[in-house]
Each structure stands twice: as structure tokens, then as C-alpha cells.
Design a protein around this ligand. Sequence first.
Ligand SMILES: [Zn+2]
Length: 297
Amino acid sequence: MFEGQDILEFTDRFRDDLSCLSYLADIKWSEGYSCQKCGHEKHTIRKKNLARDCNRCHYIESPTANTLFHRVRFGIRKAFTIVFEMSATTKGISSQQIANRFSISPTTAWTFMHKVRNAMKSSETQLMEGEVHVDEFVYGGKERLKQGRSFDSKKKKIVVAVELNDNGKVKRTYFKKIEDYSAKSLVGIFEAHISKDADVLTDKWSGYKPISNEYNITQELSDFGSSMKQLHTIIHQVKSWMRSVYSWVHKEHIESYLAEFSFRINRSIYKQSIFHKLIERMVKAKPYSYQMIIVST
Ligand SMILES: [Zn+2]
């Protein structure tokens, strides 16, 4: 397992395609090999690319097959380095920057980065517990320093939740795109990320009322954000991050960018293993093509 964020250690460890393929193979077959076609377990490893050649039916499976590294045309080493960059930097990188630094086309960079973001998406299995604050914000268009909800249809509406630790610091955060501020829309983030035992704080918005039948919600009069300071700091950070790195975030893709932001915040206490975790998720994820990125949105 590769640990840490040191770029020189990284380039030493992943000095050629074979060392990257070997890393993928170790993760992919960590529980042993069994042929995709016939289930046979005996195999021969091809020296050239570490593909497994089934001894019975001779079906050949490469370490990248059926992973998010499938058919990466610019080489596995560049792909690994892009994942490392995306996992290590707290600021995020635009696909144009990646295109320039890795000599690939902006579309290729954009597509691959979306695959990485797809792997960054929450598995929605670890619900937030304890003190959780929930609010919404809008992104895009002109900002107004006015309290209340924006009903401008051009703006992207997002609901956000933060889980606080015992010291009142942000432990984890999740976002969800919403179409409107109805209870039906707002409940999505609760179902995906919040435990029914959590102590949830929201403002007085009526949309949260029906949800309090199932969740433990306290509604407080919002005082220009001072009652939910940590949450408003997160909103401020995510907005300025998206504004600086991704000059234009398409409405359809906003959740992917928010997943990237959450992934880094939520894993910031496990910085040592962040790269490994991401590679692991990319190996276990199903292939995700350019067409699928366009269509699924
Ligand atoms: Zn076989």
C-alpha cells in the first residue's frame, strides 16, 4: 500500500507502467484469481502486462479490465499520477491544467477526471451521527447578500450537511443537488447520509418540518449564519473552490464536483491512505465511459 503525499516517493514507487499494473493486480486479485469466463483458478501471468491467462480456457484478463482504468489510452502511469494529484491537492486542478501538464487533450483529461470523481462518490453506508447541521445554498449567477431562499431557476440549488466532532469541528460533509426547497427534495440528503439518531439543526424553513416526523430535527431562527458557523464556512469554501478551479460547472455535473470536495474533506484525517483508497475504489468500480458520463447526467 502506497502511503503519504510525497511526490518523489510516488514517482520512485510508480516509475513505469509495470509497477502501476502490479499495484492494480495486487488490489484486483487480493482475494485470489478466478477466471471471468469459466471460474477456473489456475493461471499463468504474462510478464509483459501482468495479465492473467486462464490455464483452462485461456481467457486473458488484464489488471485494468473492468476497472475505471479500462482503455485509458494515455498510459497507466499518467493515469496513476493524475489520481495522485487529485487526491493530494486540497485545491483541486482543472482539466485544462491536467491536459497541459500531461500532454493529453482537454477532453481526455476531463473524461478521466470524471471517472476519478465517480470513484470519489460516497458509498452512502456511513451515516452521519451526533451533531449534524443542514442548510441549502445556491451556486452560479449573481450573488446577493440577502437572506432567504433564491427561486432563480438559473441558479443551482444544493443542500449541504455537516457532521461535527466533539470539539465542534467539521468531521464530514455531504452535498446533494435539489430541484426545489420542498420536503420531498430536502429529504434526499437525510436518507443518503444522516442517521435517524443524529441531532440535526436546521433553520426555520417549513420544508424541514415534515422531515422531523422521522428525524430528530431542531429548527432555530437563522441569524445570518452565526448559529451554524462551521456549515457556512464549508459553503463559502466550496463556492470559492468551484469558482477558482472550475470556471464553469455544468448543472448536470455539479454533484461530481461536490463529491470531489467532500471526498477530500472527509478523508483529510486519513491523508496517508487517500491515494490507495482512491485506487482501490477505481479498481472495484464498474467501467464508466465518456458516453456514460454524458448520458448519466
Ligand atoms: Zn477460464
